[in-house]
Design a protein around this ligand. Structure first.
Ligand SMILES: C[S@@+](CC[C@H](N)C(=O)[O-])C[C@H]1O[C@@H](n2cnc3c(N)ncnc32)[C@H](O)[C@@H]1O
Length: 274
């Protein structure tokens, strides 16, 4: 332990040696944003040397920063993300933006396959329509994801189960907007994903079956039972898979359009029932 690492003053974060030492360890472990990560680790650990060491060691061993810290930044929020739970991606902010534009004040919104509930939390937090908040529900099949989502959204409207099977009957035909980032990675492509995803996120959060569209297929086929008249279904997909996702919407009676944000490499298919 270096002298600066053992020092525990309020100014610790600003000590070049402590900060620099952590940056060097993170950089040696291949962390591209070592300075940013060191700042967050020091902020989280404060003067607690044990916590500081635990976080740095976890990161050096390959644990995603978000899992080490227990939260991820998403859409301007700090969202709780427990071990194994999918870390919300920046690209999913297109789903949030698109939903905000479409949701009337007071609309009933469902975040299906919610993971940490990041999308639901961002929508519940507002976006200019706080006068009449949205009625936001969220559900997931993975109990760990549900635990994180409840930490972010409260217990009442976070449900556990297989897709629509988690929902109370009272929501049937009442949902104005269903927003979905379901797993869409083809099974074979999972082996090519970065270790942070492959090793630290639950397979059920990533694996979309042979063509990546197994879960989307079920979501789209059953959506009409749950949507209110004029309701919309928004699904994140990849640019490559967007034509197939769109074809699934059309086969299920939706009029669909593709929304794209090149800057964050995000694609969403948005559909309204014909
Ligand atoms: C790609 S992650 C996305 C999580 C969250 N929507 C986000 O963007 O951060 C997919 C999520 O779908 C959930 N999931 C997979 N199959 C499901 C099913 N049959 N029913 C409900 N949730 C499911 C997984 O547990 C995982 O949390």
């Amino acid at each position: 332990m270096s002298d600066s690492d053992s020092a525990r003053t309020d100014d610790d974060v600003r000590r070049p040696q402590g900060f620099d030492g952590i940056v060097a360890r993170l950089r040696a472990a291949g962390c591209v944003f070592a300075e940013d990560e060191a700042t967050l680790i020091l902020e989280a650990a404060g003067d607690d040397h044990g916590t500081r060491e635990r976080l740095v060691s976890a990161r050096v061993a390959g644990t995603p920063l978000e899992h080490a810290l227990g939260w991820a930044e998403f859409s301007g929020l700090r969202v709780t993300v427990g071990p194994g739970v999918f870390v919300p991606r920046r690209r999913t902010e297109l789903l949030v933006r698109s939903a905000r534009e479409l949701a009337r004040p007071g609309a009933v919104v469902l975040d299906l396959c919610c993971g940490s509930g990041a999308v639901a939390a961002a929508l519940a937090a507002g976006g200019g329509k706080e006068a009449e908040p949205l009625e936001v529900w969220a559900s997931d099949i993975d109990p760990n994801a549900v635990r994180s989502a409840r930490a972010n959204l409260g217990d009442e409207r976070v449900l556990e189960g297989d897709l629509y099977g988690a929902l109370p009957d009272t929501l049937r035909g009442r949902i104005d907007l269903i927003v979905v980032n379901a797993p869409y990675v083809p099974t074979e492509a999972i082996a090519t994903m970065p270790p942070e995803a492959r090793l630290y996120e639950a397979p059920i959060a990533l694996d979309g079956g042979d063509d990546g569209l197994d879960v989307q297929r079920r979501v789209i086929a059953e959506a009409s039972e749950w949507l209110a008249a004029g309701g919309r279904l928004l699904i994140e997909t990849s640019e490559l898979q967007a034509p197939e996702t769109t074809a699934l919407f059309e086969a299920a009676g939706f009029e669909a359009e593709t929304l794209r944000d090149d800057e964050i490499d995000a694609t969403v298919v948005s559909g309204v029932l014909r």
